[in-house]
Design a protein around this ligand. Structure first.
Ligand code: GCW
Length: 681
């Protein structure tokens, strides 16, 4: 279990030539400042360097031997080493990595804007070593794309994790004082700091009022104390009915002064225990949870009331836009319809948290039309790291390409080049707060994420939260090097398999823009046919795929639900027209006849068959690729991934056969003989 537990922070001995070169260059480590964050940086170097270089490394106070120096912008060494000027224009939490000559000795300098920047720079330096760099002529200058970079844990207080596939919660229903839990929390903090995560929401957005009882707040304070040395703030999800449920107030109406007062007092109590508490994440009036609309108030009324309570303490409200009701309106349009009219009504410490797509974390969704559309309200992205709709922790699916597809998509809100990322990172709308969240895939499993390769999704999310301009390939490359090996024979096959895996999963499960045809409730495997009495229309797959004798897909054009109108031109027209709509989103926006001619020259029906087969065959290819890694990665992880790939291959066939046979009952067309078929006639 040891192998998976160490994540990408393995610090294996470097190759001998690299070791020898570095032993000359790194004779000592100088970290003159004393904050707890600086001490974390020191501890990491003290752990990593001797392991990688296979030699003890001295801590020293002065610059009288070549080595590593870690400082912040205000330390006198910054000036002495000639870096003060460069640091003055560096962004918050940013860092420089430089090789500098000082009194004829080469210094490898990690200079942070503040101590957090120094910590991030330290991890960046270690990453360069881990991935085979030699530290000559270092010249790195980095600052984060988003100010608040969070994980969201959907962890319940009883220890279960909603949509968690890696064991129970690391936070709740645990003995907080057990050594193994203390170690978990510290290693969690290290892993997150190493990729730049600086905030974490400890409990499920489906929150219970109990979260805010003093019994639980004291536990939160303990956890906060463990994460603080790694510059990670804690946040909590709150239940909007807490004043009524906990405070005995007659309602939780945001305009009731007693309610506002209750929240003020609660905020004061929280900040007394946790002075650097981050704020609240709120799911309200969504999927049956209480919210301001219960009292005829708006999302803005609710968010602002909480924002006012947190404001004196510097806290934030992250108010989720994941709302939909069983109304006749297309579910894909609802968040925009509800929130767009509220633009300009939110306090400046409210951020509206929007899922990447308009429905719900499907294998592929177009970006949510809210991005770019709310000029006066800071929005933040919510990505899902846990694979709710992508094969849980059984399937190998590297999500960076999916994240990038959304971040790099052009909203055209301020003309060409108005990418989703730029609408969020402050470059288009200069808001005071910028943020991003990822729904965690972390649990108490020995390897944290259930699937060894799923660790790459935690890693990739963090790296993109830090710098959304990194490419999926770069991230895969560095992750494989750190997690498995620097050998090209390992790096190339594993990373190319990862790069193909998202499109592959889309192909064998929901190709061409199909969505929400998965198993009822558990969301694993195919179930495009589900039907049962009394179910809400928008929970049933037929609502989404609309299969009939006439064809397949949801008509969201101006002839249908007109969801396309929520996008800016020229994207709106592009999506609205089946001939210009990208094929990946085709059946998301269009209902097309089975014989519709696709770009490949195949009919829609034939293309669907093709996609399901390509997906299935690719997984078989992944199995062969992974089998060739035997002996090149440790036996424990080799076997674990090999076993999971078997499940994935079987599941892909299940998806393919189930969906094709089901859709065939409408298309009434054969599956051509050249394809492997579920039924041989
Ligand atoms: O993705 C859906 C999930 C729910 C989840 C909800 C949400 C936490 O199926 O389990 O609840 O979205 O994001 O609020």
């Amino acid at each position: 279990a040891e192998n998976g537990y160490r994540l990408w922070l393995r610090y294996e001995p470097l190759e001998t030539t690299q070791q020898n070169a570095l032993k000359e260059r790194i004779r000592q480590v100088v970290i003159p400042e004393q904050s707890s964050v600086m001490q974390s940086a020191a501890a990491e170097l003290t752990k990593a360097l001797p392991a990688m270089l296979q030699t003890p490394i001295q801590r020293a106070q002065s610059l009288n031997a070549p080595g590593i120096v870690v400082i912040t912008a205000t330390h006198p060494y910054a000036k002495q080493l000639g870096l003060r000027q460069d640091m003055s224009t560096l962004g918050e939490e940013g860092y420089l990595l430089r090789t500098v000559k000082h009194q004829n000795k080469m210094m490898v300098v990690v200079a942070g804007k503040n101590d957090a920047g120094a910590l991030y720079g330290t991890y960046a330096l270690l990453r360069l070593l881990q991935t085979g760099n030699d530290l000559t002529n270092l010249n790195v200058r980095e600052a984060p794309s988003f100010a608040h970079r969070l994980l969201n844990h959907w962890d319940n207080l009883n220890g279960t994790v909603e949509r968690g596939y890696a064991g129970h919660s690391i936070w709740w229903n645990v003995n907080l004082n057990a050594d193994s839990i203390i170690a978990r929390h510290e290693d969690y903090a290290r892993a997150n700091a190493s990729i730049g995560i600086n905030g974490t929401v400890l409990n499920n957005v489906n929150a219970t009022p109990q979260m805010l009882t003093s019994e639980y707040l004291e536990k939160v304070a303990v956890i906060a104390g463990r994460l603080r040395p790694y510059h990670i703030k804690v946040y909590l999800s709150i239940n909007f009915s807490s004043p009524k449920e906990l405070g005995g107030i007659e309602n939780s109406d945001p305009l009731n002064p007693q309610v506002a007062q209750w929240w003020k007092e609660k905020a004061t109590e929280i900040y007394r225990l946790i002075p650097d508490f981050g704020g609240f994440l709120v799911k309200a009036n969504s999927e049956g949870l209480p919210g301001p609309q219960d009292y005829g108030r708006t999302h803005a009324d609710g968010a602002n009331m909480l924002a006012d309570a947190l404001k004196p303490h510097g806290g934030l409200v992250m108010w989720r836009a994941f709302v939909y009701n069983p109304t006749p309106e297309d579910r894909a349009k609802q968040a925009y319809s509800e929130f767009k009219p509220l633009d300009g009504q939110f306090r400046d410490n409210v951020i509206v948290q929007v899922k990447n797509g308009p429905i719900d974390f499907q294998p592929r969704e177009p970006f949510s039309p809210m991005f770019g559309a709310m000029e006066k309200t800071p929005l933040m992205m919510e990505f899902q790291i846990t694979q709710e709709y992508l094969g849980h922790s059984n399937h190998l699916v590297y999500l960076a390409p999916m994240y990038k597809e959304v971040l790099d998509a052009d909203t055209y809100c301020k003309g060409t080049g108005s990418t989703v990322a730029k609408t969020l990172d402050g470059s288009i709308y200069p808001h005071q707060h910028t943020a991003i969240a990822g729904v965690s895939n972390i649990g108490r499993d020995a390897n944290w994420c259930g699937h060894d390769i799923a660790q790459s999704n935690w890693y990739a999310y963090g790296r993109l939260a830090w710098n959304h301009q990194l490419t999926s390939e770069q991230i895969a490359d560095e992750w494989v090097r750190m997690t498995f090996s620097n050998q090209a024979e390992v790096v190339t096959p594993i990373s190319s398999m990862m790069m193909a895996s998202h499109q592959t999963c889309v192909d064998y499960s929901m190709p061409l823009g199909l969505h929400h045809i998965m198993g009822w409730d558990h969301h694993y495997g195919p179930e495009p046919w589900t039907e049962f009495p009394g179910a809400r229309a928008d929970w049933l797959p037929q609502y989404y795929h609309q299969a009939s004798a006439s064809g397949l897909g949801f008509d969201r054009t101006d002839k249908g639900s007109n969801a396309t109108a929520q996008y800016a031109e020229p994207l709106r027209s592009q999506l609205n027209d089946a001939t210009t709509c990208p094929e990946g989103y085709l059946l998301w926006f269009h209902h097309l006849p089975w014989d519709y001619p696709m770009k490949s020259g195949r009919t829609l029906w034939h293309e669907l068959i093709e996609r399901y087969h390509v997906g299935t065959n690719n997984v078989r290819g992944f199995q062969r690729t992974w089998d060739s890694m035997e002996g090149m990665v440790d036996a424990e992880r080799f076997k674990a991934v090999q076993y999971k790939l078997k499940i994935q291959a079987r599941d892909a066939i299940w998806w393919r056969d189930a969906c094709l046979l089901y859709f065939q009952t409408f298309s009434k067309r054969p599956i051509p003989l050249e394809y492997e078929r579920p039924i041989h006639d």
